[in-house]
Design a protein around this ligand. Structure first.
Ligand SMILES: [Zn+2]
Length: 66
């Protein structure tokens, strides 16, 4: 007979096991360009820079041509 928990865990206890509550929103690094928090190893959504150069154009100076 293997060791078993002495009693069934209550609903509250079960609800508190939090292995699924983590994840998400872990690390943010400041963008070297604009200082806004961004995901590491990602293009900054704010200024569109990655590794010191503009990767994606950001609609800021070049306003929409509508
Ligand atoms: Zn940036």
């Amino acid at each position: 007979m293997p060791p078993l928990p002495k009693r069934k865990s209550s609903r509250a206890k079960r609800g508190h096991s939090s292995s699924h509550y983590k994840m998400k929103l872990k690390s943010l690094v400041p963008c070297p360009q604009c200082r806004s928090p961004k995901l590491p190893h990602h293009v900054c959504p704010h200024c569109g820079y990655y590794r010191g150069r503009a990767v994606i154009p950001v609609e800021d100076k070049e306003k929409a041509s509508s």
